[in-house]
Design a protein around this ligand. Structure first.
Ligand SMILES: Cc1cc2nc3c(=O)[nH]c(=O)nc-3n(C[C@H](O)[C@H](O)[C@H](O)COP(=O)(O)OP(=O)(O)OC[C@H]3O[C@@H](n4cnc5c(N)ncnc54)[C@H](O)[C@@H]3O)c2cc1C
Length: 418
């Protein structure tokens, strides 16, 4: 069997793996990316493409368990937990519920804000420097509310975001409707996040993959990681159907698949797949001018020059790989209640993807204690695109032995004894 060696092997060719690969190549390392499919075929393909420092506040706020229980009764609710017994899933959910308190949420928000803001600064520069055209637009993000109760509930978060240094402007219903003529009347209020941005995520991963190859990196497709050969506290080789690969350092960036592959190395990684859906269409005749979050049904609307996408919903049903039509149709119904022209004439794609949800909603980035040449770069949950550039910078700095700008300890897998 052929054995191929690189300075760094990156396992997983999603937005995180490819961003890391490119940053490592720029530091002079030889890099090989292994993906079981084509680059960008996982969650990085059909997501909503919003870059959102505004999402720094985690889901695990104190009242989340009650809201989640209420939603569990509806199969088309924004959050759905499959009640089928699955020990790993329920252990994760209990861990998540334990973190639904003010102190943990405050800590997570600070750490998330730091990586989101660093990425927000870096990513536009990366796109220019690398010549990646992915319809990037710093157009802002508008949260839209149609019930006074939901608006009142979220108003407290504006002050919280301000404390984190993130812009958020409360708006009255008439101001929201004037800003976005695509909305139907009946809006009670909104929050504008003027610094958020958007891009087309499939074009981002195509551009990253192209640049990885142009910079001398190799992307092995159809190279599913099936096992490892370990010796002397190191991962000596990675086994795939395409042969064995050797890396001086190994970066494990397998998104929601991370826990399954990490288990082969005796690592228990607290990530569960959080399934989300999207529908990509041609642009309707009246499109929103910026990304919208339709708050009550929790639907994200992103319009690019090349198309239009409705996305979101969160489903914890393990590695169940089927497209749930009830949940997909909830996106259409949600949009129809808010938008004058909610659907485009042609459907380009109906899609689902697994978000890599880390139990504390902070990505796992950095070396693990058990294997001295292995790093994790995973668990970015709902924010992998938004956090990608700073993740890559952190990984490349750690591999080079430099001093990271971010507080590396805050993202370190060591917080889970990994
Ligand atoms: C509906 C939806 C909307 C979203 N909207 C946004 C948004 O607006 N903004 C934002 O920032 N984030 C958003 N996200 C989250 C974002 O998509 C993810 O956080 C991000 O894509 C994770 O990237 P990744 O590279 O870690 O994982 P992935 O993109 O899933 O990549 C993992 C890769 O590993 C490969 N792989 C798996 N197993 C193996 C194996 N055994 N061997 C080799 N390769 C393997 C897969 O083929 C895949 O290519 C959204 C997600 C969803 C589902």
């Amino acid at each position: 069997m052929e054995t191929t060696r690189s300075d760094v092997l990156v396992l997983g060719g999603g937005v995180i793996g490819l961003s890391c690969a490119l940053a490592l190549l720029h530091r002079g390392a030889s890099v090989r990316v292994l993906d079981r499919g084509e680059p960008g075929c996982g969650a990085s393909h059909g997501n909503c493409g919003t870059l959102t420092p505004s999402h720094a506040i985690p889901l695990s706020v104190p009242d989340m368990p009650w809201r989640a229980l209420h939603w569990m009764l509806r199969r088309d609710a924004p959050l759905y937990v499959n009640p089928h017994p699955d020990w790993e899933r329920w252990r994760w959910l209990l861990g998540f519920a334990r973190r639904c308190n003010a102190a943990a949420a405050e800590r997570a928000a600070v750490v998330r804000a730091a990586i989101l803001q660093r990425s927000w600064t870096l990513l536009p520069r990366v796109l220019v420097d690398e010549g990646i055209d992915c319809e990037y637009a710093p157009a802002g993000n508008l949260f839209v509310y149609r019930t006074a109760q939901a608006l009142a509930h979220d108003r407290g978060e504006i002050e919280w975001l301000h404390r984190l240094g993130i812009a958020a402007t409360p708006l009255r219903g008439d101001e929201v409707e004037a800003l976005e003529p695509a909305l139907l009347p009946g809006v009670v209020g909104g929050v504008l996040h003027p610094d958020d941005a958007q891009l087309r995520p499939d074009k981002l991963v195509d551009g990253l993959a192209r640049r990885v190859r142009e910079c001398g990196g190799v992307i092995e497709t159809g190279a599913a990681v099936e096992g490892f050969r370990c010796a002397d506290g190191r991962v000596a080789a990675v086994r795939t159907p395409r042969g064995e690969f050797i890396g001086g350092r190994i970066v494990l960036a397998l998104g929601a698949w991370t826990p399954r592959v990490a288990a082969l190395l005796d690592l228990h990684v607290p990530i569960q797949p959080g399934k989300g859906y999207s529908i990509t269409m041609s642009r309707p005749e009246l499109c929103p001018q910026r990304a919208l979050v339709l708050h009550e049904p929790s639907v994200c609307v992103t319009a690019w020059g090349s198309g239009y996408r409705l996305g979101s919903t969160m489903e914890f049903s393990g590695y169940d790989a089927h497209l749930n039509r009830t949940r997909l149709d909830a996106l259409r119904r949600g949009a129809a209640a808010y938008l004058r022209a909610p659907l485009g004439a042609q459907v380009h794609e109906e899609w689902w993807g697994w978000r890599p949800m880390c139990v504390d909603e902070i990505p796992l980035i950095g070396p693990v204690a058990r294997w001295n040449n292995l790093l994790l770069a995973s668990g970015h949950g709902m924010l992998g695109v938004s956090m990608s550039a700073a993740t890559a910078e952190l990984v490349a700095t750690l591999v080079a032995g430099g001093q990271p700008l971010l507080d590396a300890a805050a993202y370190s897998p060591a917080r889970f004894d990994l």
